[in-house]
Design a protein. Structure first.
Length: 445
């Protein structure tokens, strides 16, 4: 826990820290929140901030907005680190905030990476937020719906910050080259397209962009106050694009969702792209393979029974040989599933049956389809009236196998997509036979 951190200026600061703006005029991006007349801009300019959470990917301005609030507010501003602060430190600050409130003052507590606080630590803030002793401002890269206690979340306004566009990143890079806080005091000759390449590499992250620029310039060819930056030198600093991905975070679920929905929409190009995004970021190929196996039955099912076989085969291939070789097996499965006819009839059937099963857990199994291996069970009429399908010419009887309360219920409703049309035709034939048998009629042959 620190106080006044944002106003300290160490001698040797990274470029991103030196260029951090302290006014809204110097802030780049997030126009949906900070454009003229937008709510967050009005709150900051009027010093009327309430408890809020900034949610967005790294390097989009969450801490910078806290910096701006620190410079604008008349409140005491306290900076917390969720990594180093415990409940003891939280309570000390809360007591200080209570004292401050008694004398008419207000306290703003900024908590970076609030998702790293456990439930007990978050609970320690709650009563003070509730009674107005503090205004809590949290910053997180994770979905606050899952990472912040619901009681605390309900008392905070969530502002969603977006990854910066390349034009925003370029604006920051040009400012860094011109500003005295950046490289304005140097004569930097840079080959065409280098700033554009850095902006693309940054992937919406201003901190990454400025850190990369600093590395590229400082590793340029120096002659006194003159620095020459070549594309070759830049490429040495940017060996591989860093993909935004956290195996346990939001982007993990966002990208697997994108893969699933692309396959469902029969878009193999998008599906292969999202597959590559996951694998190249280090995702476990077996995780992807398991999701593909699920998709094969959930979204394709009996419209292409071969889909499940291919998905399982891809899983086995991943297990046998691993990455990077198994990427082609996953690609084969993803493309096949993308182009396969689609049916969610199996998924719908199970979900409807599950609902009835949970509501009728005490429903007894009909006597005629119970097994009767003992004399007692036979005496209790277990199995009485059972009709053996193989004894009939049609291999179908009119026997009802559902509990009494569910008789006539239909769960599996096949579509006419792909091979599922065969199952649809067969099911209609079976239902027709059962209806005729139950009416004591002989089916026409």
């Amino acid at each position: 826990m620190e106080q006044g951190t944002f106003f300290e200026r160490p001698v040797h600061q990274p470029l991103a820290a030196r260029l951090r703006p302290d006014t809204l005029e110097g802030f780049v991006g997030q126009q949906h929140l900070l454009g003229e007349g937008k709510i967050l801009r009005r709150l900051i300019e009027n010093d009327q901030v309430s408890s809020m959470i900034f949610w967005g990917p790294p390097g989009v301005g969450k801490t910078t907005l806290a910096t701006i609030i620190a410079h604008k507010t008349q409140a005491e501003f306290i900076d917390f680190s969720a990594v180093t602060s415990g409940i003891k430190e939280i309570r000390q600050v809360m007591q200080q905030a209570d004292e401050n409130r008694r004398f008419g003052g207000k306290t703003i507590v900024f908590v970076d990476e609030i998702h790293r606080f456990n439930k007990a630590q978050q609970d320690a803030f709650l009563p003070f937020v509730e009674k107005g002793s503090i205004i809590l401002i949290g910053a997180t890269t994770e979905n606050p719906s899952f990472e912040v206690n619901s009681a605390l979340l309900s008392r905070c306004k969530v502002f969603v910050l977006h990854g910066l566009e390349e034009k925003d990143i370029l604006q920051l890079l040009h400012h860094a080259m011109a500003s005295e806080k950046g490289f304005g005091a140097y004569q930097v000759d840079m080959e065409d397209g280098i700033l554009e390449s850095i902006a693309a590499f940054a992937n919406g992250d201003a901190r990454t962009a400025l850190s990369t620029l600093e590395m590229v310039v400082l590793n340029g060819n120096t002659n006194g106050n003159h620095i020459t930056v070549t594309r070759e030198g830049m490429e040495q600093c940017i060996s591989k694009k860093s993909l935004l991905y956290d195996k346990k975070g939001d982007e993990h679920y966002n990208i697997i969702s994108a893969l699933h929905k692309s396959m469902r929409n029969s878009d193999p190009d998008a599906a292969v792209y999202w597959l590559a995004r996951m694998l190249e970021a280090g995702e476990d190929p077996l995780y992807v393979a398991r999701r593909i196996v699920r998709f094969a039955s959930e979204d394709v099912g009996l419209s292409d029974p071969h889909a499940l076989e291919m998905a399982v085969a891809a899983y086995q291939a991943c297990h046998f040989i691993g990455m990077p070789e198994c990427s082609v097996h996953l690609t084969q499965a993803v493309v096949h599933l993308s182009l396969a006819p689609k049916s969610n009839a199996l998924y719908v059937a199970y979900e409807e049956a599950k609902k009835d099963a949970l509501q009728t857990l005490a429903e007894p199994v009909p006597l005629h389809i119970r097994n009767a291996p003992t004399r007692l069970m036979q005496e209790l009429e277990f199995g009485k009236g059972y009709q053996y399908a193989h004894d009939t010419k049609e291999k179908v009887t009119g026997m009802e196998c559902l509990p009494d309360s569910l008789q006539g219920k239909s769960y599996y409703r096949p579509t006419a997509e792909g091979l599922e049309k065969r199952y649809q035709d067969r099911l209609e034939e079976v239902k027709k036979l059962k209806k005729m048998l139950n009416a004591n009629k002989t089916p026409d042959k």
